[in-house]
Design a protein around this ligand. Sequence first.
Ligand SMILES: Nc1nc(=O)c2c([nH]1)NC[C@@H]1CN(c3ccc(C(=O)N[C@@H](CCC(=O)O)C(=O)O)cc3)CN21
Ligand SMILES: CC(C)C(=O)C(=O)O
Ligand SMILES: [Mg+2]
Length: 272
Amino acid sequence: MSKYCEVKKITVNHLKKMKKDGEKIACLTAYDYTSAKLVDAAGVDLVLVGDSLGMVINGYENTLYVTLDEIIYHTKAVKRGLKRAFLVADMPFGTYHISEEEAIKNCVRVIKESGAEAVKLEGGKNVASLIKKLVDRGINVMGHIGLMPQYVHSMGGYKIQGREGDERLIEDALALEEAGVFAIVLEGVVAEVSKKITETVKVPTIGIGAGKDCDGQILVFHDVFGMFDDFVPKFVKRYADVKSVILDGGKKYIEEVKNGIFPSKEHSFFRG
Ligand SMILES: Nc1nc(=O)c2c([nH]1)NC[C@@H]1CN(c3ccc(C(=O)N[C@@H](CCC(=O)O)C(=O)O)cc3)CN21
Ligand SMILES: CC(C)C(=O)C(=O)O
Ligand SMILES: [Mg+2]
């Protein structure tokens, strides 16, 4: 068993140390109090309140509709469910795109109001100067390169990155490290390139669809537990089939209501 099981509260230092120790970092998304409590109890090291909530919670076609207030609302709920895991809030599209001043203001708001211990933003060299300013102000920042869902329109879809070489991705990873990120998400990156980035930077890399050689892995809660099937990317592995559990339980409940079996005496109140 890993020595990190004993750690009461994971901090940014533990995450950096895990890379040095060769201890893989297990991460999941969560969007509410109850699911946060469950993944924390399971022992996940890091929880991300992802802007993927726009898709799995709200049913939007992409992540671009998510607002700052929505991320704060969900992060506050997740915060109350966590004891051990490190908490990261995803900065939504548009909240760090107008000016560095506005971006800093929005990140400060997220940290101040939500209880998140870090923010994550998509981008490489183009956001390095902003990240440096955030880090200078005591805000932990997680980078995110490769397939960046907030670029869905300009990329013309969700495209795996690094097929035609690794130069740009490596430059971006180095720029993020130089700017002071404590970790970098590599999303939808070919395994060979993720391996090279992971060997090149000192900060941990957290992969999603980026192969086995990243320092950690992250997946979306609803994908891992088989609750979301509008689309299932190739990189998703299902570790439970909660959809069937809910459908089966739901059918039993409906049948018992229709047949007058529920509620029975034990679920009812009486005067005497
Ligand atoms: N439920 C959920 N899971 C996710 O992992 C996720 C979201 N939502 N929303 C935001 C982004 C979007 N993501 C996606 C969505 C689709 C593909 C996809 O269809 N990829 C193709 C590969 C295409 C190629 O080879 O270039 C695939 O077949 O997996 C990948 C990542 C990952 N993120
Ligand atoms: C999948 C992770 C990295 C993410 O950005 C999200 O859930 O929004
Ligand atoms: Mg995201």
